[in-house]
Design a protein around this ligand. Structure first.
Ligand code: SAM
Ligand code: MD0
Ligand code: SF4
Length: 347
C-alpha cells in the first residue's frame, strides 16, 4: 500500500516529497493513521525514551501593537485581558514554575510598545535574573525584533527563540498577520540561529489552508533547522474579525504533529495545553509529541494565548496535572538535568 510505504520511508530516512505528504495529510483510512501515529511514537521512543519535557508559560505582557486577525490580544480588541507584570511578579511566577518541576521558562509577550520604547532592557534583564535566580533555561517569544536585539538576547544566553510563521502561503500570511512582513519574520529566525540560539518554528491549522500548503510548510520549515516545531489548531476568539470562523476538529493537527516527528526525528514537538486544555494531552502525546507546553500557575493571573483561561484556575495546566496522565501512557516528566543535557547536546 502506497501510504504505508511512504510512512516506512519517512521513519527510515525522514524523506518524502510534497505529493507523499499531501497523500498522508488527506488520508482518513484508520489503518494508515494508526500506522502513522505508531511510527511517530516509535521515533520518539528511540530518541527520547520515556522522557517528556515540560515548559512553563509566562505571558508577562499582553499589550500589542499588532492586529493579527486570529489573536485575542490584537491591538483593537477592547474585550481582551490586558496586563503587564513587573520584574518581581515575573520572577516569583518563574520560581513557582521551576519548583513545580518545569524544565524551561517561556517568556512571552505581545509586541508591547512600552518594551520596544525602552529597548527591551527589562526583558533582557529578566533573562539574566531567571538564569541566576531560578536556574532554568529561557525561551523568548517577543515577536519580531531587530537584529541588534537578537544579538543582545543571544549574548545573554537566552537558549531558545520562538517565532512562528503560521503558514508558508504568503497570501494567507498577509490575511492573518495584517501589515506584517513575511520575510522579516523569517529573517529573525535565521538571525537568531546564526547567533547561536535554538529556534522554534510553528504553524497554525484550521484556517482554510490546503493540504498542499501544509506540505509546503512542512518541507520549508525544515530548512530553518529548528530544534523545536509545533502546530496549533486555530481557536476563534471573541472580539476579533475571525470570531465567527468555523472551528475545525483536531484531526489535522494530530496528523501534522506525526508528520513533523517523521520529518524531524530528533526535534522537540510540543503538545500544547493551549488548544484543548488537559483533555487534549493524550491524543497529542500519542501523535509523537515530547514536550508539554503552556503550563501556567493557577493563581498567577496569567493568560494563555489560544485558550486564555481554560483549565488554568482549576490547576489542570500544571506539572502535577500532567504527571498522572503521562504515567498512564507509560511516560514520565523529565527532570531539569535531563533537559539541560538535551540542551547541551543540541547547542
Ligand atoms: N506576540 C508574539 C508573536 O506573535 O510572535 C508572541 C506570541 S506568539 C507565541 C502567539 C502564537 O500563538 C501565535 O504565533 C500563534 O501561532 C498562536 N496563536 C495565537 N492565537 C491563536 C489562536 N486563536 N488559535 C490558535 N493559535 C493561536
Ligand atoms: C504554548 N501558549 O506553548 C503557549 C504559546 C509561545 N512560545 C507558546 C503559544 O502553547
Ligand atoms: Fe500581537 Fe502576537 Fe497576538 Fe499578533 S499573535 S496580535 S503579534 S500578540
Amino acid at each position: 500500500m502506497r501510504e504505508k510505504d511512504i510512512i516506512r520511508g519517512l521513519a527510515e530516512n525522514g524523506r518524502a516529497d510534497r505529493e507523499d505528504l499531501v497523500t498522508l495529510l488527506q488520508t482518513e483510512n484508520e489503518d494508515v493513521l494508526e500506522e502513522l501515529f505508531a511510527a511517530a511514537r516509535e521515533l520518539r521512543q528511540r530518541h527520547f525514551g520515556d522522557k517528556i519535557f515540560t515548559y512553563g508559560f509566562v505571558y508577562f505582557s499582553t499589550y500589542c501593537r499588532n492586529n493579527c486577525n486570529f489573536c485575542f490580544f490584537r491591538r483593537d480588541n477592547g474585550d481582551t485581558i490586558r496586563y503587564r507584570k513587573n520584574r518581581e511578579e515575573v520572577l516569583a511566577i518563574a520560581k513557582e514554575l521551576a519548583d513545580s518541576g518545569v524544565n524551561l521558562i517561556d517568556l512571552t509577550l505581545g509586541e508591547d510598545p512600552e518594551l520596544h520604547k525602552e529597548g527591551f532592557r527589562s526583558m533582557l534583564d529578566l533573562v539574566d535574573d531567571i538564569h541566576a535566580e531560578v536556574d532554568r533555561p529561557v525561551m523568548i517569544s517577543p515577536g519580531v525584533i531587530s537584529d541588534e536585539l537578537i544579538q543582545e538576547f543571544a549574548r545573554r544566553n537566552a537558549e531558545f527563540y520562538a517565532l512562528y510563521q503560521e503558514t508558508y502561503n504568503r497570501g494567507l500570511f498577509k490575511k492573518l498577520r495584517i501589515h506584517q512582513d513575511y520575510d522579516e519574520r523569517l529573517h529573525a529566525k535565521i538571525k537568531a540561529r546564526e547567533c547561536g540560539m535554538l529556534i522554534e518554528e510553528g504553524l497554525m491549522t484550521g484556517l482554510g489552508e490546503t493540504a498542499g500548503d501544509i506540505a509546503d510548510a512542512l518541507l520549508a520549515m525544515r530548512e530553518l533547522k529548528p530544534s523545536q516545531v509545533r502546530v496549533m489548531t486555530f481557536v476563534p476568539q471573541n472580539g476579533t474579525p475571525m470570531e465567527d470562523f468555523e472551528p475545525q476538529n483536531h484531526d489535522m493537527e494530530l496528523k501534522i504533529i506525526a508528520l513533523m516527528r517523521l520529518l524531524n526525528h530528533q526535534a522537540l514537538i510540543p503538545a500544547s495545553l493551549d488548544v484543548e486544555g488537559i483533555e487534549g494531552l493524550e491524543s497529542r502525546i500519542n501523535a509523537g509529541c515530547n514536550v508539554v507546553t503552556s503550563i501556567i500557575p493557577p493563581t498567577s493571573g496569567l493568560a494563555g494565548v489560544a485558550q486564555s483561561t481554560m483549565d488554568v484556575g482549576e490547576g489542570y495546566r500544571t506539572v502535577a496535572g500532567v504527571e498522572p496522565r503521562l504515567k498512564a501512557l507509560g511516560l514520565r516528566v523529565a527532570d531539569s538535568d535531563e533537559y539541560k543535557a538535551w540542551l547541551k547536546e543540541a547547542r
